[in-house]
Design a protein around this ligand. Structure first.
Ligand code: DP6
Length: 368
């Protein structure tokens, strides 16, 4: 019997992955770039036990047993076992029991599958002592999981090989490169998303004309510019590119036929609030990005966290302020004298998670 326990972080893309060149291997149509968040606040945690006493592989997700016959799960298990056998000339006997849990809402557009599959594949690689890049394996669980196997600022290179062997993650800069950068997850809804990203992006690729312009022009130019902005720690440039790319993702979703809608009225109010905040404070102080759900991810310098949240609390006042923000502590200041913000959606932002840029997966425990 052997067992490992690992954690893996969430990542939130600033240049989005949307659309596949190969559905089965999960090869994307474009490179994407993300920020890995700190696992102290947001993480998947997975324990895998290998034993000869187990007669079949099994998985439990957030306390509930799920089918192990999920093809993506099977791809990850088969690929790691294949690599282990090639590397060690034999495979340890027995089956696995996988127990995984997230400490954040599952499937609310909060990159739960990314952290989950990155954690699963990282833990399997420790259990079976597999070396080398594992991002191309995590990718076969969920595309965005590829980026959660590394910390800091991460690019998922689409690659050119039909096998997907070079469709993997590379680090652009480590977490410590930009210590001043903070992230706020503004949780608008805990509900499961109506259209899963897998089917949403499929429909976009099949029906959206705007998608072509995104792939040919916008994404390549933005990737080059945002890499440069990250390396120079140029927040204003980083922020504008991030907001433009999020807006374009949701524009191609709108151009999809029938359209796919992930943002809701609260999300749009938050977009307006960020732009208004930047205009009133005289510079680009905060930026937003939205994935396949209504929750906002706001990147901003540390000094802006408290003043910005005071504005969000004015626009979307929480019923109770205590415990509204979790994660890193923050004290909300009063709004600047004479500044008035229209109250739009009381309770619209249910909770806030305050976190930083973080490192990749961690091995917490290994026992024989
Ligand atoms: C909007 O990785 O969830 O979050 O590969 O089909 O599992 P599959 O999709 P998934 O898509 C994520 C889409 C996104 C953008 C991003 O993370 O880059």
């Amino acid at each position: 019997m052997k067992s490992v326990t690992c954690t893996a972080p969430v990542n939130i893309a600033v240049i989005k992955y949307w659309g596949k060149a190969d559905e089965k291997l999960i090869i994307p149509l474009n490179d994407s770039l993300s920020v890995t968040l700190n696992s102290d606040e947001l993480r998947a945690k997975t324990t895998i036990t290998l034993s000869e006493d187990f007669t079949r592989d099994q998985i439990w997700l957030n306390g509930k047993e799920e089918s192990i016959d999920n093809p993506r799960l099977q791809s990850c298990l088969a690929e790691i076992r294949k690599r282990a056998e090639a590397e060690h000339k034999s495979l340890p006997k027995g089956c696995v029991q996988i127990v995984s849990e997230n400490n954040f809402p599952t499937a609310a557009g909060l990159a739960s599958s990314a952290a989950g599959y990155a954690c699963l594949v990282f833990a399997l690689s420790k259990l079976y002592a597999v070396s080398g890049d594992i991002s191309a394996v995590a990718r076969q669980g969920s595309g965005s999981a590829c980026r959660s196997v590394l910390g800091g600022f991460v690019r998922w290179v689409a690659g050119t090989e039909p096998s997907g062997a070079d469709s993997r993650a590379v680090q652009v800069a480590p977490a410590a490169h930009w210590p001043d950068l903070r992230c706020l997850i503004l949780v608008v809804s805990h509900d499961r998303k109506k259209v899963a990203s897998t089917s949403g992006m499929q429909r976009t690729v099949q029906t959206s004309d705007l998608m072509r312009a995104r792939l040919e022009h916008s994404v390549p130019a933005r990737l080059a510019a945002i890499t440069d902005a990250i390396l120079r720690r140029d927040f204003a440039a980083f922020a504008e590119l991030t907001m433009r790319d999020s807006n374009q993702l949701h524009a191609v979703c709108q151009d999809t036929y029938p359209p796919v809608r992930y943002m809701n009225d609260v999300s749009h109010a938050l977009v307006d609030t960020v732009h208004e905040y930047n205009a009133r404070r005289g510079g680009v102080r905060a930026c937003y990005t939205f994935d396949a759900g209504p929750n906002a991810c706001v990147y901003l310098p540390e000094a802006e966290v408290a003043p910005f949240l005071a504005v969000v609390a004015a626009v979307c006042p929480p019923p109770v302020l205590a415990d509204w923000v979790t994660g890193r502590p923050v004290q909300l200041p009063p709004l600047p004298e004479g500044e008035v913000w229209e109250q739009l959606f009381p309770g619209g932002v249910q909770s806030v998670i305050h976190t930083t840029v973080g490192d990749g997966p961690r091995l917490l425990e290994a026992a024989e």
